[in-house]
Ligand binder design. Structure first.
Ligand code: UN1
Length: 497
């Protein structure tokens, strides 16, 4: 049966009631190369205009009470619920992830909407004990301004939603530059947002805008002095370029960059559980999550039990059209990703690795690779955005933790163990140095309620749950004197002559 991604995309835009975009920046499906539609690239001047419109929206929106702002996000969540299937399918068509994961990504958007709605009544500040009599001290959180969001192809809609839904309830306006590899998903999301805004009634226009393009478009957002927070997801290389430019104008950044996530499997681990967790984390999303498992440290006593089992899974996991029932691994995003995978496997061989799988399967599909490494060599310390898992033996947990933490990135990590001491050590200050540290679940597939992000070359930003909202607001410390005196802090005597 032949598959026609372009026809499938046309159906989705019909369903959404949005004309299929026809610009010059064409989006091709990694499934069959079909042209799904295209968008018009936004040169720097247009980005500047979008930022000015966003600024006007911000000035109006910041005065709307936060729970009312939450109502807009609640309506947006309703639109997402209504169109979950269509949007999830579009994500699969454009990014190549399996439908289950496309739907999961939209669910992640719905979840953050719910979270943000609740948050809209909980933007709490502290009341602080003051040293001065007749005074009160407190913190107030105010809207920040414009949030620029640069998102990556692999989570073409959810990561924007983590940022945007918090930004909206915090009173900010958002300008979004999606990956030039997945612009259509952004067009669809903007259309759903517009529907919600129309139902809301009096939201200022241009609260949410999308600009399209590659480097020039991104740089215009990065450099614009009115973009108060630049939230960027992508490679460490991109973050290295973005961070100093935003810092030079004293803007704020929130960076979610590379990961090189590790898992330790200890002798006491439930291996049936571990093998499933390893498989989902390493080959799920075709290895194209920033939380993908890339380094596996297996205790030498169980290595020869677990690794042969993983080899079987790797050899048999169904790879192919992500929209077909039963497929667990879809295509890589483009030719360059396939080439980068081949280069990494060559490097691993040259560094003493034994490669199982990894062969191209036609189109942009590849058999996931399991690479048995003699130890942690340079290639294992490099993030390759492809389904490659490097497996290594370890003898002591201290040694495994040291090897785990030797990666320059610090996003997500996991240990499989039923030994309480080992689990707690891994979670402790002397354990994993990542932003996400799990026990008996894999490193990927986090829920939105926790803060998401990592340390070191991952960039240090935290998005989505917990108190990540604070990045989208500015804090004012207020001291109020209700006495008839003017006592100075630190007991300073400043008697006027
Ligand atoms: C990403 O890969 O950029 O934890 C985000 C996860 C997902 C998000 C991944 N909830 O794997």
């Amino acid at each position: 049966m032949s598959f026609d991604s372009a026809a499938a995309a046309a159906d989705i835009f019909d369903r959404l009631g949005v004309p299929r975009p026809e610009g010059t920046l064409v989006s091709c499906s990694p499934i069959d190369g079909g042209a799904l539609g295209g968008v018009a690239p936004s040169p720097a001047a247009q980005v500047g205009e979008a930022v000015e419109r966003a600024h006007a929206a911000f000035l109006a929106w910041r005065g709307v009470p936060p729970p009312r702002r939450g109502e807009l996000v609640r309506l947006f969540g309703e639109e997402l619920r209504r169109e979950k299937e269509a949007l999830g399918r579009l994500v699969s068509l454009e990014a190549g992830k399996i439908l289950q994961e496309g739907l999961g990504e939209v669910q992640e958007m719905i979840d953050i909407c719910d979270f943000a709605v609740g948050l809209s009544r909980q933007l709490y500040g502290l009341t602080i004990a003051t040293e001065r009599p007749g005074h009160r001290m407190m913190e107030t959180w105010h809207p920040l301004g414009i949030v620029g969001v640069i998102s990556a192809f692999n989570f073409p809609v959810a990561v924007w939603a983590w940022n945007a839904c918090l930004a909206f309830v915090c009173g900010d306006a958002v300008v979004w530059k999606p990956s030039e590899k997945t612009p259509l998903a952004a067009v669809a999301v903007q259309a759903l947002f517009d529907r919600a805004a129309a139902r809301f009634g009096d939201a200022p226009p241009h609260l949410s805008q999308v600009v399209h393009g590659a480097r020039e478009t991104g740089e215009a957002l990065v450099d614009h002095p009115k973009v108060a927070l630049l939230s960027a997801t992508g490679s460490t290389r991109m973050g290295r370029a973005v961070a100093p430019r935003v810092a030079a104008r004293f803007g704020r950044v929130l960076l979610e960059l590379g990961g090189n996530n590790g898992m330790v499997v200890a002798p006491s681990a439930d291996l049936a559980l571990a093998e499933r967790a390893v498989a989902f984390a390493a080959v799920g999303t075709a290895g194209q999550r920033c939380t993908t498992l890339r380094r596996l440290f297996v205790h030498e006593r169980i290595y020869d039990t677990l690794v042969p089992r993983l080899k079987e899974i790797w050899a048999s996991v169904p790879v192919g059209n992500p929209l077909e029932e039963g497929t667990l691994v879809g295509p890589l995003i483009d030719e360059e990703a396939v080439a980068a995978m081949a280069r990494a496997l060559d490097a691993a061989r040259a560094e003493g690795g034994i490669v199982h799988g990894g062969d191209p399967l036609g189109g942009l599909c590849v058999r996931p690779a399991l690479v048995e490494m003699p130890g942690q060599t340079p290639i294992t310390l490099t993030e390759t955005f492809a389904p490659i898992l490097y497996a290594m033996r370890y003898a002591t947990l201290d040694e495994a933790i040291a090897a785990h933490n030797a990666a320059p990135q610090g996003l997500s990590s996991a240990i499989f163990t039923n030994d309480l001491r080992e689990a707690e050590l891994f979670l402790s200050a002397a354990g994993s140095d990542c932003g996400i540290v799990n026990v008996n679940i894999g490193p990927s597939g986090a829920e939105i309620g926790g803060a998401f992000g990592g340390e070191k070359e991952t960039g240090g930003g935290r998005e989505s749950g917990s108190d990540a909202w604070r990045a989208y607001m500015r804090r004012a410390t207020n001291t109020i004197n209700y006495s008839r005196d003017l006592p100075l802090a630190q007991g300073i005597d400043f008697a006027m002559p």
